[in-house]
Design a protein around this ligand. Structure first.
Ligand code: NAP
Length: 227
């Protein structure tokens, strides 16, 4: 049975992925931001183990080392935040929070999981964004965090090849999740979930990246809205 560590399993893309993996019987270790969220995840995914760490405090993630399994088939970093604002107006607090959750926390969590990933010849999947490949006005802090995440992935992929660990960046375009509703609210645009990629479709892409044989190394996958 495969064992996966997931962040962001409570919502959106992460929840769609956790649902698929849970339904097919994979073992799940889910990282929740609080004890209350951990209880919710444990009841939503019976048999899954929930660990608590607020990813806005990336240093706290190092303390999870003793709680991780000895072997992991994969770590999927789906948790993320977005705070839109132009460079002139956005304060550094928003930048720090975004960089902490979207960049430093995946780095810290990957580091503590590396021994287990090496033991399982596992995969690291980083849920990036189209904003990790090009930055739009009003998106600087988020795009910077995702560009950084791409750089992290590209270095890690080469470093870990010899250990049998693969690293995959997935770049979704707009996807129908609570985060996208938040973006629309900021943009003052009406939200219609049907216009955007379903989180289940992004999750299916990630499952493919987790499942494909070790003869193939997927590295960067873009998923854009089909309509
Ligand atoms: N939706 C899009 O259009 C889109 C497009 C491109 C890329 N992405 C990326 O896809 C990923 C998933 O986004 P989504 O759309 O599924 O967003 P979402 O529905 O808002 O879910 C975000 C998840 O991140 C978790 N999270 C946020 N801050 C956290 C913290 N401090 N500690 C622990 N967990 C935290 C949330 O936990 P709680 O459940 O406790 O709130 C939630 O489970 C993100 O990395 C995002 O940048 C999304």
């Amino acid at each position: 049975m495969a064992i996966y560590l997931l962040t962001g399993a409570g919502s959106g893309i992460g929840a769609a992925l956790a649902t698929v993996l849970h339904e097919r019987g994979d073992e799940l270790v889910l990282l929740a931001r609080s004890g209350e969220r951990a209880e919710e995840l444990s009841s939503r995914y019976p048999g899954a183990r929930a660990l608590v760490a607020d990813l806005a405090e990336a240093d706290a993630v190092a303390g999870l080392a003793a709680d991780l399994p000895a072997r992991l088939d994969g770590v999927v970093h789906s948790a993320g935040v977005v705070e839109l604002g132009d460079v002139e107006g956005q304060d550094l607090g928003a930048w720090r929070h975004t960089l902490e959750v979207n960049l430093l926390a995946p780095v810290a969590l990957t580091r503590v999981a590396l021994p287990a990933l090496r033991a399982g010849a596992g995969r690291v999947v980083l849920v990036n964004s189209g904003q990790g490949l090009g930055a739009a006005p009003g998106w600087a802090s988020y795009a910077a965090s995702k560009h950084g995440l791409k750089a992290f992935a590209d270095s890690l992929r080469q470093e870990e090849k010899a250990h049998g660990v693969q690293v995959i960046s997935v770049y979704p375009g707009r996807t129908a999740t609570p985060m996208q509703e938040q973006v629309h609210a900021h943009e003052g645009a009406p939200y219609d979930a049907r216009a955007w990629t379903r989180p289940e479709s992004v999750a299916a892409t990630i499952v493919h990246a987790l499942d494909i044989g070790a003869d193939a190394a997927l590295t960067d996958i873009t998923v854009r809205p089909g309509r």
